[in-house]
Design a protein around this ligand. Structure first.
Ligand code: FAD
Length: 469
C-alpha cells in the first residue's frame, strides 16, 4: 500500500529547487546514512577506541570488558583499570560513558525469562535491547506500556537515564522496574525493590552508571495491546491552543514543530481493537534531508523558506495506522544528530516552546531538525527528571556534522528559565550545584552513591563534575 504522507515532503525539493539558483544534492546526504557504530561484543586484550552513536563523544579506554556472566563481572570489577563505566548501546549524547579506564558492556547478558502471566512481570537481562525485549515479551503475550522514539537502547542504559516516550499519564521506563540486580564496586551482587533495600531502589532506577552495574531487572509489563495512530499537520499556534485537550484525551500525544514553517505535526496513539493495517513506508529520513536541502538553499531567507514549506505541507493528508504497540511506538532514525532535551513543569512548556521558536527564527539559527514536544508523568525516583512533577519535554536536535554549540547555547537559557531538568543522556552544561537546586532528593542520592562507591571507581572527571565529588 502506498502511503503518500511523508512522501509529500519530497515536494519540498521541487519547491526549493524552483527557487534556488543551484541545486545538487550534497555528498553529505549519503554520509548521513552511514552505519551506526558498534559496541564491543567480546572481550578484547587490546582496547579499541570508543565513540557514541552521534560521534560527538569518544575515548581511548585502557581496557574493555564483556563478561559472559554475573560472576565474571563480579570478579573483574576489582581488577580492571578505573574509572569503570558501563555502556549500553552508546546512544547517549552526554559524556556519560567516556573513560580512560574500563568500558564494560553487558551485551552478553541478554534475554527475557521468568515471565509471570498473572502479574505480567518478567526478568530482563541488562544488555537486552529494547527492540528485542519487546519482541520476546510479545511472544509471551506481554507488552511494555510505552517505548521511546527508537528501540535500539539497552534496557539498563535506558533506565539509567530515565528514557521516556510520550503520554501524560505514563512514566519513564524506569518507573516500570519492580526489582533491580546490581554488581557493586566491591564485586557484591545485590538486589533491591520497593520492599528490599528500598533506598538503593529509589536511587538506582535512574543512576547514570554511578552505583554499580545493573545486571537484571524485573519489569512490569501488560497484556499485548494495539494502538491506532493518527498523524496530521496544522499551524503550531492551533496545536498549542489545543494542547491541554490533546494531552488529556489521548494515551500518547506528541508533536514536532518544523523550524521556520509555522507548522506542527501532531501524532496521537490510542488503544483499539481494530484490525492491523499495513505498515507505511518509513520516509522520515528522506523528509529530513529535504528539510536540510531547504535550509541549504533558502537558509538566507526565512520568509522564502516558510513560503516553500507552507506550500509543500498545504495538502498534507491525515495518516492513520493500526498495529501492536511495540511495532508502532518506536521509529528508525537513520540521519544522525546531537540532541539537547529538557523536561519542564507541564504548565510552562508552551511558553518555553514559543520562546524557542522566536529565538531560532529571529536569529535565523542554522537548523532544519524538527523540535519534539512530549509529555511524561510524574514519579518518585530520586534522580528522575520527572520527580514530583507532571512534565513536558522539549528536544532540539542538530545535524551531526554541524557544530551544535551556537544553537544549543542560544536555547539552553530558555530551558533553565522555565525550571527545566535536562535529560541525563542528552547534552547540557549543568554542574553539581545546578542539579542540587533542581532535585529535592539530591543529597540523599549523594549519600547512597558514596556508600555504594566510596573509592570513586565509577567516577570520571565528567561524573565528578555532575556529583561534585
Ligand atoms: C536516535 C536516538 C533517539 C533517542 N530517543 C529517545 C527517546 O525517545 N526518549 C528518551 O528519553 N531518550 C532517547 N534517546 C536517548 C537514549 O534513550 C538514552 O541516552 C539512553 O540512555 C541510551 O541507552 P544506551 O543503552 O545506549 O545507554 P548508554 O548511552 O550506553 O549509557 C547510558 C548510561 O547508562 C549507563 N549504563 C549502561 N548500561 C548500564 C548497566 N548495565 N548498569 C549501570 N549503568 C549502565 C551508562 O554508564 C550511562 O551512564 C535517544 C537517543 C538516540 C541516539
Amino acid at each position: 500500500m502506498n502511503h503518500p504522507t511523508r512522501r509529500n515532503l519530497l515536494k519540498l525539493a521541487t519547491a526549493a529547487s524552483a527557487l534556488a539558483a543551484t541545486g545538487t544534492i550534497p555528498a553529505i546526504v549519503e554520509a548521513a546514512f552511514a552505519d551506526e557504530p558498534t559496541t564491543a561484543k567480546t572481550a578484547t586484550s587490546k582496547a579499541l577506541p570508543w565513540r557514541n552513536w552521534s560521534g560527538g563523544q569518544h575515548c581511548d579506554p585502557a581496557a574493555r570488558a564483556a563478561p559472559a556472566s554475573v560472576d565474571e563481572l563480579a570478579s573483574l570489577i576489582g581488577k580492571t583499570p578505573t574509572p569503570v563505566r558501563a555502556v549500553g548501546a552508546g546512544h547517549s549524547f552526554s559524556p556519560l560513558v567516556p573513560t580512560s579506564g574500563t568500558i564494560v558492556t553487558l551485551d552478553r547478558l541478554t534475554g527475557v525469562e521468568n515471565a509471570d502471566l498473572k502479574t505480567n512481570q518478567a526478568d530482563v537481562h541488562a544488555g537486552t535491547r529494547l527492540g528485542r525485549m519487546s519482541e520476546e515479551l510479545a511472544k509471551l503475550g506481554l507488552s511494555f506500556a510505552n517505548l521511546p522514539d527508537i528501540n535500539k537502547q539497552s534496557l539498563a542504559g535506558a533506565i539509567s537515564t530515565a528514557t521516556h516516550g510520550t503520554g501524560a499519564k505514563i512514566g519513564s521506563l524506569s518507573t516500570f522496574m519492580t526489582e533491580l540486580e546490581l554488581v557493586t564496586a566491591q564485586g557484591d551482587v545485590v538486589t533491591c525493590s520497593a520492599t528490599k533495600n528500598a533506598e538503593l531502589f529509589n536511587a538506582s532506577r535512574v543512576s547514570v552508571g554511578s552505583l554499580g552495574l545493573i545486571t537484571k531487572a524485573r519489569v512490569q509489563a501488560q497484556p499485548v495491546y494495539k494502538l491506532k495512530r493518527k498523524i496530521w499537520v496544522e499551524p503550531v499556534e492551533d496545536m498549542l491552543d489545543k494542547l491541554p485537550e490533546l494531552t488529556a484525551k489521548n494515551r500518547n500525544f506528541e508533536f514536532y514543530y518544523v523550524p521556520f514553517s509555522g507548522l506542527a505535526m501532531g501524532i496521537i496513539n490510542n488503544e483499539t481493537d481494530e484490525a492491523e493495517t499495513p505498515a507505511p513506508l518509513n520516509e522520515d529520513d528522506n523528509a529530513l534531508m529535504q528539510l536540510k536541502q531547504l535550509q541549504d538553499w533558502l537558509g538566507w531567507s526565512p520568509s522564502l523558506r516558510r513560503w516553500a514549506m507552507q506550500k509543500a505541507f498545504a495538502d498534507y493528508p491525515v495518516e492513520e495506522r493500526v498495529d501492536f504497540a511495540h511495532k508502532t511506538l518506536s521509529n528508525e532514525r537513520g540521519v544522525r544528530f546531537n540532541e539537547m532535551e529538557y523536561h519542564l513543569p507541564r504548565g510552562k512548556a508552551a511558553d518555553a516552546l514559543r520562546e524557542i521558536i522566536t529565538t531560532i527564527e529571529t536569529q535565523n539559527i542554522r537548523v532544519f531538525f524538527p523540535i519534539e514536544f512530549r509529555n511524561v508523568a510524574a514519579d518518585d525516583i530520586w534522580l528522575s527528571p520527572f520527580y514530583g512533577r507532571e512534565s513536558a519535554s522539549i528536544a532540539i536536535h542538530q545535524f551531526y556534522e554541524w557544530d551544535y554549540h551556537a544553537y544549543f547555547t542560544a536555547i539552553e537559557p530558555i530551558f533553565k528559565k522555565h525550571e527545566g531538568r535536562p535529560h541525563w543522556g542528552k547534552l547540557n552544561t549543568l554542574k553539581a550545584a545546578d542539579f542540587a537546586a533542581l532535585y529535592p532528593k539530591w543529597d540523599e542520592f549523594l549519600r547512597v552513591r558514596k556508600e555504594m562507591d566510596p573509592s570513586g571507581k565509577f567516577l570520571t572527571p565528567y561524573m565528578k563534575s555532575v556529583f561534585g565529588a
